[in-house]
Write a protein that binds this ligand. Structure first.
Ligand code: NDP
Length: 498
């Protein structure tokens, strides 16, 4: 793999992966091939698992949970495994980044930085594993003592999407492991490679068999079966709000499994006239173009104070035109390819709708012919009305819609005019204004004079239809636990029967 890291050429033949159950690799009877979104050549083949494979994986995770080989050891021992995984990941960083690029189309430099973030997730979760604790009530009188125990919830199903296959995985897996749970993971069929590589890493560090299992295959069959599975205690799902709703129905119709949902967003970036406009324009260009806008926290609605709106849009157009788009295996590339053909069509359809509905295209809007890949220029629409499709729907592409406001209240009203509440970015030098807007805009993650900053210490998740629950940090570990109240009587019982 060192060789690949040096030369960054495409693989001569697609790499074939098995799937992973109970510490063993299995081979699929049917394989699905993934082509590099940027180069059009086949890069990986993964198994199309069946529901029998899923049942085997859930049974293995159940056995591993019940035998206490993971839940029964100390938080310190679990932390040791997580820290060793971080070490190996550090060693294999370039390899994991390489496969992430080949399946997803994101730039190699970005992919490496994401793997650094993943290492931090394992390290953070290791600390949280040691610190996880319950509570006690010494206030129930001399005759009674109360303890609140946190117990791992059991077998977790984890369904991850294709936009950040490894980062989203690592914002969850180490925290699930820290809690003492076992799991079955179903990555998106188009980006399964790095989830399977993690199985190699966790095996090497001595994770007991059955604790981490991976089944691959299409969401509509394997994913749906996971959501319906009666022996999965909790499902963590990241993807579209529509699929999140379908998971809620499946959970209700099966065993009322607990759900963690991280869903869509239509995130505002609010720019006040008193902000550093150069900084804010750079952030807005980054916020919509990063990961080709295929990012749940993309800032896709620009809400800019009318007095500086023309100047700000000019600055932004100039910056967007200078973004380096191209071969994701090139170190200098900032924006790569669109991951799937379906997503490419969706984005181009929204660009056409924006034009048809009368929004003004200031830059982008076109397909870029770069080799055999799928590339779309970062796009800015001005004069967007709040009822237009490009104002309301999550596009999940590099398409930014611009709105103007006159007052703080109006800025807040536009920001909140969405069914989503995942993230928001706010630009002002006025502390009062910053705090007022931060309190009144509904968003699970807020950035003031910055964008997409942070680390795995901070919880992730959404308000409104952007989801349920929180991932990462101590909150993320607690999410995978359940609480048991234990009452202990002290001394002789006062008898009921006289
Ligand atoms: P989906 O919500 O369909 O896919 C997300 C994940 O769910 C994938 O792993 C997918 O597997 C799986 N899945 C698909 N169908 C089911 C099902 N019936 N039950 C359980 N799991 C299922 O998103 P799409 O890939 O179709 O993208 C459509 C839109 O969703 C995007 O345009 C974007 O708006 C949004 N999205 C949001 C994401 C986020 O991070 N919030 C991530 C991805 C998409 P598989 O891919 O193998 O089919």
């Amino acid at each position: 793999m060192d060789q690949i890291a040096r030369t960054l050429s495409l693989p001569e033949t697609p790499r074939e992966f098995g799937f992973f159950i109970d510490g063993e690799w299995r081979h699929g009877r049917e394989l699905a091939e993934q082509r590099s979104p940027a180069h059009g050549v086949p890069v990986t083949r993964v198994a199309r698992c069946t529901t029998d494979d899923l049942n085997d994986a859930v049974a293995a995770a159940r056995r591993a949970f019940e035998d206490r080989s993971w839940a029964g050891i100390s938080g310190g021992e679990r932390a040791g495994v997580l820290l060793r995984a971080a070490e190996i990941l550090r060693r294999r960083r370039d390899e994991v980044a390489y496969w992430e690029v080949l399946e997803n189309g994101k730039p190699i430099a970005q992919a490496r930085a994401e793997i650094e973030g993943c290492i931090a997730c394992f390290e953070t979760a290791a600390g949280a594993a040691r610190l996880l604790h319950g509570d006690s009530f010494n206030s129930l009188g001399d005759g009674l003592f109360g303890m609140v125990l946190r117990e791992p919830i059991g077998v977790v199903g984890l369904i991850t999407p294709w936009n950040f296959p490894f980062l989203i995985l690592c914002e969850r897996v180490p925290f699930i492991l820290a809690s003492g749970c076992t799991m079955v993971v179903k990555p998106s069929e188009v980006t399964s490679a790095t989830t399977l590589i993690l199985a190699e890493i966790l095996t090497e560090v001595g994770l007991p068999k059955g604790v981490y299992n991976v089944v691959t295959g299409p969401g509509r069959s394997v994913g749906q079966a996971m959501a319906e599975h009666a022996d999965i205690d909790m499902l963590s799902f990241t993807g579209s709000t529509g699929m999140g709703r379908s998971c809620v129905h499946a959970a209700a119709d099966s065993n009322f499994k607990k759900l963690g949902l991280e869903l869509g967003g239509k995130n505002p970036i609010i720019v006040f006239a008193d902000s550093d406009l150069e900084d804010a324009a750079d952030a807005a260009a980054f916020g919509i173009s990063f990961n080709t806008g295929q990012c749940c926290v993309s800032s896709s609605r620009l809400i800019v104070e009318a007095s500086v709106a023309d100047e700000f849009e000019r600055l932004l157009v100039e910056k967007m035109a200078r973004i380096r788009i191209g071969d994701p295996l090139d170190e200098a590339t900032q924006v790569g390819a669109i991951t799937t053909e379906a997503q490419n069509r969706t984005i181009l359809d929204y660009i056409a709708k924006g034009r048809d509905e009368g929004a003004r295209l200031l830059t982008g809007g076109e397909v870029l012919e770069i080799g055999a890949g799928r590339f779309i220029a970062p796009t800015l629409f001005s004069g967007v009305r709040r009822d237009m499709a490009i104002a309301r729907d999550e596009i999940f592409g590099p398409v930014l819609s611009s709105f103007r406001f006159e007052t703080v209240d109006e800025a807040i009203a536009i920001a909140n005019d969405t069914v989503y509440g995942l993230a928001a970015s706010l630009w002002t030098k006025d502390l009062d204004k910053a705090l007022v807007v931060t309190r009144r805009v509904s968003a699970g993650r807020f950035w003031v004079n910055t964008i997409m900053a942070g680390g795995p210490e901070m919880p992730l998740g959404g308000f409104k239809q952007s989801g349920w629950g929180r991932e990462a940090g101590v909150y993320g570990v607690e999410e995978y636990t359940q609480i048991k109240s234990v009452h202990v009587e002290i001394g002789k019982r006062k008898h009921w029967i006289g």
